[in-house]
Design a protein around this ligand. Structure first.
Ligand SMILES: [Fe+2]
Length: 409
């Protein structure tokens, strides 16, 4: 995270005595990336954050997901709206695809999660519908449809969807896309100054990021936390509730960013997908397609040109707006497409011509481009639209009328 925040009470100097009311010292913890060589925060706990009393191996469904190669090589269309299973945001993840760098899951959330810590990498959760509360050792962040919540590796947290706490009114179901990295998810380096400040040409800046605002203290003894690590999931029992931080400061913390705060970069001629880039992680990028003016050269073609991403696989999650116009390809709200390296993709038949003269688009889509091939998991095969690969050849267009193509991707 690029900039400094402070929340709650902290001592004036780091690594000095910080007295608890009633006696004793607060326990200082450094959460730091890259071995004391990158961003970090100092947290002040009521109890030692080290005190565990039990450790048990457990099996989580997501860990069981087996990945199969995209072979024979095909463009894919998945209808996440057909995935019926629901549960909590951590254990009910349905893995769709992944590789050694990133794993992408879809989840329908109707229950609060256990406390959870992912020690294998950062996570970016894109909330597609509903609203949900993110609670962590750093404090709470409220999130709703359109929000990315970026959770640094090692952050103990839990997810509580609206309508499930026993006090809330029933609420819209929460659905989310979960992007699990094997490293850190950060804003694109080219948008940051040497000191980590967002530069003027960045499509968003510090004011658009929402971090935890105040400490979150929860009393409790013998509290279970699921720890995801390279070998699986271990259930720790902590002597005291880990939400006992009275204050913290630093440049490493979870935050939310709404796709609606992404300011699109447009031009006279079609702008390439990097203008939509929102985050980057090792081996992948995350991009946001948002409502924007189309290209304004008098002879411009707003629809994208056919393209071969020779070095990447491209996943697009269609989350809002007018891509219903891509009906000829079967794309609807909640659809995910995967266009792999080795396949040339582009607009559906008729959409280049149909796009001429269009002034703006209202679409929202989230794209993950990976630099290594994405393998496919069972949940993806379970919701696959088998007709999609052949839609550019015109068969679907003949059946349903000309498609007019989203411009995403
Ligand atoms: Fe593309």
């Amino acid at each position: 995270m690029p900039y400094y925040r402070v929340t709650g009470e902290i001592p004036r100097k780091r690594h000095t005595r910080f007295q608890r009311p009633g006696g004793g010292l607060y326990a200082e913890e450094l959460m730091g990336e890259e071995g004391f060589s990158s961003d970090s925060s100092l947290l002040y706990h009521v109890h030692p954050p080290t005190a565990i009393v039990k450790s048990e191996a457990m099996t989580a469904d997501a860990e069981q997901a087996t990945l199969a190669a995209n072979h024979p090589l095909l463009p894919r269309h998945y209808r996440t709206q057909d995935l019926a299973r629901s549960g909590d945001l951590v254990l009910a993840r349905q893995v769709l695809m992944g590789n050694d760098d990133v794993r992408i899951s879809y989840v329908t959330v109707d229950a609060p999660s256990d406390l959870y810590r992912n020690s294998t990498g950062d996570e970016a959760i894109y909330v597609h519908s509903g609203s949900i509360r993110f609670e962590s050792v750093y404090g709470m962040i409220g999130a709703a449809a359109g929000d990315y919540v970026v959770v640094p590796r090692g952050t103990i947290h839990r997810w509580i969807p609206a309508g499930t706490s026993g006090q809330d009114a029933p609420a819209e179901p929460v659905t989310a896309l979960v992007i699990e990295a094997r490293g850190h998810i950060r804003p694109p380096g080219r948008y940051l100054s040497q000191a980590g400040q967002f530069l003027e040409h960045a499509p968003y800046c510090e004011r658009d990021l929402r971090g935890p605002g105040e400490p979150l203290i929860v009393e409790g003894d013998n509290v279970e936390v699921l720890v995801r690590h390279r070998q699986g999931v271990t259930r720790y029992t902590y002597a005291h509730h880990p939400f006992d931080v009275v204050g913290w400061d630093g440049c490493l913390y979870p935050y939310a960013f709404s796709i609606k705060d992404f300011e699109p970069i447009t031009g006279r001629l079609h702008q390439p997908p990097p203008v939509h880039q929102t985050f980057e992680g090792p081996g992948f990028v995350i991009c946001s397609f948002v409502p924007r003016l189309f290209d304004y050269h008098p002879e411009s073609i707003p629809a994208p040109y056919n393209h071969s991403n020779v070095d990447s696989d491209e996943m697009i999650f269609y989350v809002g707006g007018d891509f219903m116009s891509r009906k000829g390809a079967g794309i609807e709200m909640g659809s995910i497409t995967l266009h792999p390296s080795g396949f040339t993709h582009g607009p559906q038949p008729g959409s280049v011509e149909a796009s001429i003269g269009a002034v703006r688009t209202e679409e929202y889509a989230v794209m993950v481009d990976t630099f290594r091939p994405l393998d496919l998991a069972d949940a993806a095969f379970a919701c696959e639209d088998a007709a999609y690969p052949w839609t550019w050849a015109g068969a679907a267009a003949r059946l349903t009328g000309p498609a007019d193509g989203t411009t995403a991707g």
